[in-house]
Write a protein that binds this ligand. Structure first.
Ligand SMILES: [Zn+2]
Ligand SMILES: [Zn+2]
Length: 618
């Protein structure tokens, strides 16, 4: 192996950090030392330098190097190569980790979405050909999100498999400069977070966020029997134990605030407290005489402000997030958030054929307006929650819309949004949405990243020996996505209005043909070292082609008046059911726990919903 150049003469190269360096700085130093040691075939140690700041390190043969000439800003970092050393400093723990990975990228190292490490190619003498870099990410908060229930934490084998998936994903997140991970809790969850993943996040400086659909937990359901007046009144005039709370009842607010404060105190590492209501489209808010004059948005705002006030009075620094989603997606002009309340905007039913600010899209025009109003009302303090890797919304089909991701994130940045997040389902999201994940991570840093590049990047890192053919396959998936993703949940073609049926049916068939083309391109590829992934993608796209054709048939039968419409709808449902055999053929390690367990049961539910619709309407 090659010695590390000139500086070897003056002493061995080391990575220098402060004696009391925080965990992420020590982690970054170790990563740098290990990866370079491996590449150079020598041992590079981490050593202590009293002159170092807490989020700073240097690579060189001597301690005492002066700090970088410019300081990092925002959540950014500075890489400063000098004649005999290189100094990296970050504005935060996550930023120093990000800076070190960027330095390693400069010399050709990297990590694939599947968790494979690429070794650096070090040419010439130390400090090789490193370039100075001063980088500030476009969004202060860059997060991935998962539902706690998808971890199957009550079943040890499934839980162990899912943890393995996430540990790989978190390693990739570190390389991408992602700085938050958010666990969504549902009312049935007994856990607020996944403790087992805390060390992997902490060492990378990735902040954890908790909360989710927790409002129902903050008002214990057991109280319903004795004090039903704390609960929301339905439109039938009866109190409902399933909804959120009666926002005009001071006792209900008091209970929620008390429990919310305990929640915050129990999780001192929580970086953003997401206080969401029940995950339903409507009916969770109150219709009592006092609440009826308030929109769901104003009822919810009253609760979130009360929680935020309680948190602030207790000197807890965490911000509280108000979710704009379903019946709160439109901004009520009377909303007045407290200063420690931000909005979190989640337009799940938006169109993914078009970017969010594309004036040609009649669906997104409404959502874009709503977002801009939220930005105004919350004085820019807000986040967008995105669904680019949502295997439920996309019904388990593989899709990719990198140009939409890029333009969206540019629009969000321009609108003044602070943070963005993307929902994921473990390894299944990596299998089915690699292009979107790559585009999301890159554009969360710089929303001008060339997203067309995401398909070639995904192909190169996942299928090194057949990259060109797989890139072609991914471009067909991109085309299929542009044809289909305009009406929310992909399975629910029964929600497509009558007037759009002919066009949507044509689009579904054209998209199915693109899935066929993707399969053909992939089949031409030679089996590689990534053969299981290659086979998994072929099965995934076959599932896509058959599903979209059957959905087109179902749609036409469902909206027809012919005598045989019911039998045709049922025939299509039969094809949808048998198409699932392709998912069953995918190796468990490629589709992950979600693909193995959750998708199977969701698929049955989606089919049952379509069956009910066609039975009802015969
Ligand atoms: Zn009420
Ligand atoms: Zn559209």
């Amino acid at each position: 192996m090659k010695p590390p150049g000139k500086s070897a003469k003056t002493g061995a190269i080391r990575v220098w950090i402060a004696a009391d360096a925080p965990e992420p700085t020590a982690f970054a130093a170790n990563e740098l030392a290990c990866i370079l040691s491996e590449a150079l075939g020598i041992r590079i140690a981490v050593a202590r330098d009293p002159a170092k700041a807490k989020h700073e390190l240097s690579l060189g043969s001597q301690a005492g190097s002066p700090p970088s000439r410019s300081s990092p800003v925002g959540d950014g970092f500075v890489i400063e190569p000098r004649e005999k050393e290189v100094v990296v400093s970050g504005a935060s723990g996550a930023a120093i980790v990000h800076g070190v990975y960027r330095l390693l990228r400069q010399v050709g190292a990297g990590m694939s979405l599947d968790g494979r490490l690429f070794a650096p190619q070090l040419k010439g003498s130390f400090p090789w050909s490193l370039a100075a870099e001063r980088f500030e990410p476009a969004f202060a908060r860059r997060a991935f999100v998962s539902d706690i229930m998808t971890y199957h934490y009550e079943e040890p084998d499934l839980f162990a498999s899912r943890l393995k998936e996430d540990r790989k994903f978190i390693a990739w997140m570190g390389w991408q400069g992602i700085n938050r991970f958010f666990y969504i809790r549902h009312a049935r969850d007994s856990r607020a977070r996944i403790d087992e993943l805390a060390p992997a996040l902490r060492e990378r400086g990735i902040g954890a966020e908790y909360g989710g659909h927790v409002l129902q937990l903050l008002l214990e359901r057991e109280r319903f029997t004795c004090t039903p007046e704390l609960f929301p009144m339905g439109s039938n005039g009866r109190r409902n134990a399933q909804g959120n709370l009666c926002a005009s009842n001071p006792a209900a607010i008091e209970v929620v605030c008390r429990n919310a404060l305990s929640y915050v105190r129990d999780h001192p590492d929580n970086r953003l407290f997401h206080v969401w209501g029940a995950d339903v489209r409507e009916g969770a808010w109150c219709a009592c005489a006092a609440c009826a004059r308030l929109s769901p948005q104003l009822q919810y705002m009253a609760v979130v402000n009360a929680v935020a006030r309680g948190v602030a009075q207790a000197n807890e620094a965490v911000e509280v997030a108000y979710l704009a989603y379903h019946d709160t997606i439109e901004a009520d002009p009377r909303l007045k958030p407290d200063s420690n309340v931000c909005f979190e905007w989640a337009a799940r039913e938006r169109c993914y054929r078009h970017a969010i600010d594309d004036p040609r899209c009649s669906v997104n025009r409404f959502y874009w307006e709503a977002l801009r109003r939220y930005v105004d009302l919350f004085h820019g303090n807000g986040h967008v929650f995105e669904y680019y890797a949502d295997a439920v919304l996309f019904s388990g089909l593989g899709f990719g819309t990198p140009a939409v991701v890029e333009r969206d994130l540019r629009a969000y940045r321009r609108a003044g949004v602070n943070g963005i997040s993307c929902l994921t389902f473990g390894a299944y999201s990596i299998l089915a949405y690699p292009i979107n994940l790559i585009a999301f991570a890159a554009n969360s840093l710089s929303p001008a990243s060339k997203s067309w590049h995401a398909a070639s990047e995904a192909a190169a890192e996942r299928h090194a020996e057949s990259a060109l053919l797989m890139e072609r396959a991914y471009r067909h998936i991109d085309r299929a996505s542009k044809l289909v993703l305009s009406y929310g949940d992909v399975f629910r073609v029964d929600r497509i209005p009558q007037r759009l049926v002919p066009a949507k049916r044509k689009a579904l068939l054209a998209a199915a043909a693109n899935f066929d083309h993707a399969v053909q391109a992939a089949e031409q590829a030679e089996p590689t070292e990534c053969a299981p992934l290659h086979r998994a993608e072929i099965w995934l796209w076959r599932y896509g082609a058959e599903t979209l054709r059957a959905l087109a048939d179902y749609l036409q039968a469902f909206r027809d008046n012919g005598a045989d419409r019911s039998s045709r709808a049922h025939r299509a449902l039969g094809v949808l059911e048998s198409a699932f055999s392709h998912i069953r053929a995918i190796a468990p390690q490629a589709k992950g726990v979600w693909g193995e367990i959750d998708l199977e049961s969701l698929h049955k539910r989606w089919l049952a919903a379509l069956r009910r619709r066609s039975d009802l309407e015969t």
